[in-house]
Structures are given as structure tokens and as C-alpha cells.
Design a protein around this ligand. Structure first.
Ligand code: IMP
Ligand code: MG
Length: 181
């Protein structure tokens, strides 16, 4: 079944409010400290770009790209496609994610990062699907919990497409059938 973008679930205005709130919370929590934001590629780039501009304490950024093993989700084992450029030892690290679904990818990524001995390690996710969680995960900063729908836009993709949409929309079957049906 072919897919199409349905109604807007979270508007760009609401997203801007989320970023302002999270940026203020993080800035208050890290007063007097320097932070290192780690963007999990590719989905989190748009959120990270907005979030960092709402943070008022000194911060550096770095990027990491991981892939779940065995094609599909659920093993919780990840392969590093692109590692960090920076050493995170003794740094205050915040991992920035677009959305947490099962939580398996992030929980394994955290295990890897913990072995590098950061001074502290927290998670900031723009969106969360709490109903689908399989891994136990303490998420320190959450933008918004959303229902169990597949969403696109604001960095989030379906088969590589739709990351450029400024709002978050639900992706639905278009009822037409198609090549990939
Ligand atoms: P997890 O390991 O199941 O938590 O996988 C989370 C990753 O799956 C996210 O970082 C996204 O890249 C992707 N993902 C999960 N839900 C959605 C969605 O609704 N739209 C787009 N990508 C999603
Ligand atoms: Mg992702």
C-alpha cells in the first residue's frame, strides 16, 4: 500500500514551544557547567539545531550514527556507522534523539557511551511513544508523548523521505495500492 502524509499532529509552533521549554530546563539544570550534545543521525538534526539555540550554558556538539543489527528492530544491538569525533570522558553529555519507540537502539547506545566514562549522561528526546517501549530507559527530557502512530516531518523520515517537512504529520495508507504493496 502506498503512503501519504495525513493531518498535522504537531505544528511548527508547538514544536518551537517544546524546544524553548526543553532548552530552558536544560540551561537551568546545567548552570555553571559545560555540556556536550550528541545528535543521533539522521533524524535528530532538525531538533538538535533548534534545541541548541535555546540553550544558554556553554555547549559543544557532536554526531553519531548507529544502525540496529539484523535489519529489523528488537535485537537492541547496534552497529556504529559513524562514531563521535570528541572524547566524552569527564564531559556532561546529553544524547539528543528525534523519537523513542521501543527504546532498544538508545538503550544499547547508552551502554556504549557509559563505557567511555562521561561525567554525566542524559537523554533528550523530542517525541516519545511510551506505549511501545520494550527497553527500560530513563528519559530525562521529553518534548511530547505521542500516540502509537507513524509520524514524519521535522527530521523524521519514511524510507528517507519527508524529513524536510516543518510540521509533524501522521503517515497513512493512501488506499490506492502501489508498487510496494
Ligand atoms: P527504537 O530503537 O525502537 O526506539 O527506534 C527509534 C528510532 O526509530 C527513532 O530514532 C526513529 O529513527 C525511528 N522511528 C520510530 N518511530 C518513528 C516514527 O513514527 N517515524 C519515523 N521514525 C520513527
Ligand atoms: Mg533515529
Amino acid at each position: 500500500m502506498a503512503k501519504k502524509v495525513s493531518e498535522v499532529l504537531v505544528s511548527r509552533t508547538e514544536i518551537a514551544e517544546i524546544c524553548a521549554r526543553l532548552g530552558a530546563e536544560i540551561s537551568a539544570d546545567y548552570q555553571g557547567k559545560e555540556i556536550l550534545l550528541i545528535c543521533v543521525l539522521k533524524g535528530a538534526i532538525v531538533f538538535m539545531a533548534d534545541l541548541m539555540r535555546e540553550i544558554t550554558v556553554p555547549c559543544e556538539i557532536d554526531f553519531m550514527s548507529v544502525q540496529s543489527y539484523s535489519g529489523t528492530k528488537s535485537t537492541g544491538v547496534v552497529r556504529i556507522l559513524k562514531d563521535l569525533d570528541l572524547d566524552i570522558a569527564d564531559r556532561h553529555v546529553i544524547v539528543v534523539e528525534d523519537i523513542i519507540d521501543s527504546g532498544l537502539t538508545l538503550s544499547h547506545l547508552l551502554d556504549i557511551l557509559k563505557t567511555r566514562k562521561p561525567a554525566s549522561l542524559k537523554i533528550c528526546a523530542c517525541f516519545d511513544k511510551p506505549d511501545r517501549r520494550l527497553a527500560e530507559l530513563d528519559v530525562d527530557y521529553i518534548g511530547m508523548a505521542i500516540p502509537d502512530e507513524f509520524i514524519v516531518g521535522y527530521g523524521l523520515d519514511y524510507e528517507g523521505q519527508y524529513r524536510n517537512l516543518p510540521d509533524i504529520s501522521i503517515l497513512v495508507d493512501d488506499g490506492q495500492g502501489g508498487m510496494n504493496e
